[in-house]
Every structure is written in structure tokens, then in C-alpha cells.
Design a protein around this ligand. Structure first.
Ligand SMILES: C[S@@+](CC[C@H](N)C(=O)[O-])C[C@H]1O[C@@H](n2cnc3c(N)ncnc32)[C@H](O)[C@@H]1O
Length: 216
């Protein structure tokens, strides 16, 4: 099963301590965290997924995409600007502007914790709307930045993520109101909003929120 494969490790912290006992302990802890993350993201997303074809945007190692395929029974395609795929889910790598995918081809488009990593989040939202079939849904999960404390937690978490995985971020942590404006600008109507609490229930991790959107 693709979801059981280890992630690649190339953050500076892991590179620096790779050969030491500390490095091995960090690696084990990181792998366990990633497994829990993948399960948590799947469990919070799956209730909103429509049967049929699913496009997972910003899929990273594609382990969440693989769970959505294996447990939700969807026909899944992943898309990202980098190839870190460690599963057998088909991944399309693109330039961050236009996804080489047909119009209206997907019943569900998921964008899970990816918009704040992107240099141009509006381009992703417009492409998601274009790729979404009439009557389909776009599901966005994000880290909340509705006040200073939430923003500080989100930034601190991403500095840690960068040091361990090498995954940087080029976008913005936005407030719920600012995301709503972004969705409207992309032609997506908010159908429902689901506060998820801290990521994986961990008190010091980013507060998450999930939006279910419909093409206007
Ligand atoms: C935190 S990871 C999310 C991984 C996965 N969705 C999950 O929840 O486990 C953010 C991902 O967004 C991707 N990303 C950054 N800019 C992007 C863009 N313009 N279009 C699509 N994906 C992008 C990154 O390469 C990375 O894989």
C-alpha cells in the first residue's frame, strides 16, 4: 500500500542529524506524525467528498490522495508543483498557473492545507473551479489566522515543517473573512464551513478550518 511508504527526508534538521541517535529518533517521530496527519486529514475530509472523480491539488507525497482513493472509492488524480509522490496515485506536475487538465472533469476537487503554500492562491482556486464538474464541490482546508495567536502558531509550525521536510511556503495565512473574499473572486460560493480545531487535536498546532465550495 502506497500510504505505508516512508516520506523522503530532506529538511536541514534531518540532514544535519541524520546519522545520530537523535536524527533516527526524529525520523521515527516524524514518520509517526505523518501517519497520524494523513489519517486525520482523510477523516476530516472524507465526509464531504462526492463519489466519482477526485482531483487532489497540492498533494505533496500523495498519501492523503491514496487514502481518498482506497477508502472513499474515488478515482483520484493528484496535482502539485513538485513531485514528492511516494504512492501509485497518478500525479500531474504543473507550473502553478494552468493545470493541464480538462474543464469540468472532477466531481470533487480537494485543496488541503496547500493554498498558503502557493505563490498565487487565486490561480489555484480559479483552476479548481474550472476543473470542477457542474454540481461538483471544491473542498478547501486551511490553517486559521483569525487573530494574532492563531497566525503566530501557524507561522511557528511552518518554520518547524520547513526544517524537517524542506517544504517552504510562498503564500499567506488568511483570516476566514479574507478566504471568503478569495473564493468569491474565483467564482466559488461557500456552501458550508467546518471549524476543525487544532490540527490532530494538538493544542499547540495550527487551528484548522474546512470550507465546502460550489462553483457559481
Ligand atoms: C502542506 S502540503 C499539503 C499536502 C497534502 N495536501 C496534505 O494535506 O497532506 C502543501 C503542498 O502544496 C503544494 N503547492 C505549493 N504551491 C502550489 C501550487 N501553486 N499548486 C499546487 N500545489 C502547490 C506544495 O508543493 C505542497 O505539496
Amino acid at each position: 500500500m502506497g500510504t505505508e511508504l516512508a516520506i523522503r527526508r530532506d529538511g536541514w534538521l534531518r540532514r544535519r542529524y541524520r546519522r545520530s541517535a537523535l536524527g533516527r529518533a526524529l525520523t521515527r517521530a516524524g514518520d509517526q506524525l505523518m501517519r497520524r496527519h494523513v489519517e486525520w486529514v482523510h477523516s476530516t475530509t472524507a465526509p464531504h467528498v462526492r463519489p466519482g472523480r477526485l482531483l487532489d491539488v497540492g498533494a505533496w507525497d500523495c498519501r492523503v490522495s491514496a487514502l481518498l482513493r482506497d477508502r472513499s472509492g474515488c478515482d483520484v488524480t493528484a496535482v502539485d508543483v513538485v513531485d514528492r509522490n511516494c504512492t501509485d496515485v497518478p500525479l500531474v506536475v504543473y507550473d502553478g498557473r494552468r493545470m493541464p487538465l480538462p474543464d469540468g472533469a472532477f466531481d470533487t476537487v480537494t485543496i488541503l492545507y496547500a493554498l498558503h503554500h502557493a505563490a498565487d492562491d487565486l490561480a489555484i482556486l480559479r483552476e479548481a473551479r474550472r476543473a470542477c464538474a457542474p454540481g461538483g464541490r471544491v473542498i478547501v482546508a486551511e490553517d486559521r489566522a483569525d487573530n494574532r495567536a492563531q497566525r503566530a502558531i501557524a507561522v511557528g509550525f511552518h518554520v518547524w515543517l520547513l526544517s524537517v521536510t524542506g517544504m517552504g511556503w510562498k503564500g499567506s495565512f488568511r483570516s476566514t473573512a479574507a478566504w471568503r473574499e478569495r473564493f468569491a473572486a474565483a467564482g466559488l460560493a461557500v456552501e458550508s464551513v467546518h471549524p476543525l480545531g487544532p490540527h490532530m487535536g494538538r493544542r499547540l498546532w495550527p487551528r484548522n478550518i474546512l470550507f465546502v465550495l460550489a462553483p457559481v
